[in-house]
Design a protein around this ligand. Structure first.
Ligand code: ADP
Ligand code: MG
Length: 337
């Protein structure tokens, strides 16, 4: 009896070893780039089923954008919600529930009810302008009033409020990509959707090195390198989309819903790392609005880490110095005060 057990265990070890060897021998990397969610998406997936995974991820991200999250595509659920009390899918209910919770946990710094405000300012469009106080008040006073009716599966929207998932869609796309890659047992996945990147290194022996962009530099200029074993990395910054008025005042696209104006918390960018892309993306926006000190409880609540870059070019991080290296002399390492 004992001998039989030993033989079975040995067979199991041999099978496991064979699976590992096959996986590394027959793994290949599939890469793809395409446009979705008004940004560039790039995929590098390694595994035996990498091509299948890459194709499924592409289709899934396009579906998410067109059918669920876009507020301009007439076929999407968010479009329907913004244009009447449409019945929504369980999939969207689940996502909106998470986003309502982050709205509350961030003390309202993150709020998807800002669509009217986004439209009013028009930042990134040719209609960008500074709205007047009355317009700002009308666009913000009810922005937290959207609620999910779980019985009728609808979203109740106060007069004049619409939903904008621009701050979180790219992170949500990373979560969907992660699920597909892991279901298909991929060894390594790097999926970049605009400012959100999924790094999944299940079968990878070394850590990922992530460049943190120098906010005042060119698009390919970095100021620090972060070493992590995996997770989702999202960056929000005031350098991506902004306009300048005739007096040279700069207005960017991340709003403080409590004022209706672009957030002014002394930061140039915030990079948040956590397991979930939806959460890292939402938190990068929330932390940009909150500033460093007020972000700390929120980061702890979601088991997230962050790298803040201040207007004084200080890099302040919740990572240890073993994980973060400053690579640009114009930036210095600061501490949380
Ligand atoms: P990006 O889209 O450039 O990656 P973010 O993830 O920070 O940057 O999202 C910014 C977008 O989110 C804005 O363009 C707007 O659509 C929306 N938004 C702006 N302010 C807020 C906010 N306080 N809470 C939620 N969404 C916001
Ligand atoms: Mg974001």
């Amino acid at each position: 009896m004992k001998k039989k057990g030993v033989v079975l265990a040995a067979v199991a070890v041999v099978i496991l070893a064979a699976v590992i060897v096959c996986d590394s021998l027959f793994s290949k990397t599939a890469s793809d780039t395409f446009l979705a969610m008004s940004t560039a998406v790039s995929l590098d997936i390694t595994g035996i089923s990498s091509e299948k995974a890459a194709e499924q991820i592409r289709q899934e991200i396009i579906r998410l954008d067109e059918k669920l999250l876009s507020r301009t595509n007439g076929n999407s659920e968010i479009y329907a919600v913004n244009n009447g009390e449409a019945k929504i899918s369980d999939e969207l209910i689940l996502l909106l529930t998470v986003l309502k919770e982050i709205e509350q946990e961030s003390g309202g710094a993150f709020c998807i009810g800002v669509a009217q405000l986004t439209d009013l300012w028009g930042i990134g469009t040719e209609n960008a302008r500074v709205p007047d106080e009355a317009e700002i008040k009308a666009a913000t006073e009810n922005c937290y009033g959207w609620t999910i009716d779980y019985g009728s599966k609808t979203v109740h929207m106060p007069e004049g409020i619409k939903l904008d998932l621009g701050a979180v869609g790219k992170g949500i796309a990373c979560d969907y990509a992660c699920k597909i890659a892991s279901d298909l047992k991929c060894r390594e996945s790097v999926v970049a959707v605009g400012g959100s990147v999924l790094l999944d290194g299940t079968g990878k022996k070394t850590a990922f090195k992530v460049g943190i962009r120098a906010p005042l530099g060119e698009a390919n200029e970095y100021c620090a390198v972060l070493e992590i074993t995996g997770g989702c990395v999202s960056t929000s910054g005031n350098y991506e989309r902004f306009f300048e008025d005739e007096n040279g005042n700069r207005y960017h696209h991340i709003f403080d819903p409590s004022t209706g104006y672009p957030a002014d918390s002394g930061l140039l960018s915030v990079t948040v790392v956590t397991e979930s892309g939806a959460i890292s993306d939402a938190l990068s926006t929330a932390c940009f609005v909150l500033g460093i000190e007020k972000s700390m409880p929120l980061l702890q609540r979601y088991n997230a880490n962050a790298v803040f870059i201040t207007e004084d070019k200080e890099i302040i991080s919740t990572f240890t110095s073993d994980n973060l290296e400053i690579t640009n002399d114009s930036y210095t390492l600061g501490e949380v005060k």
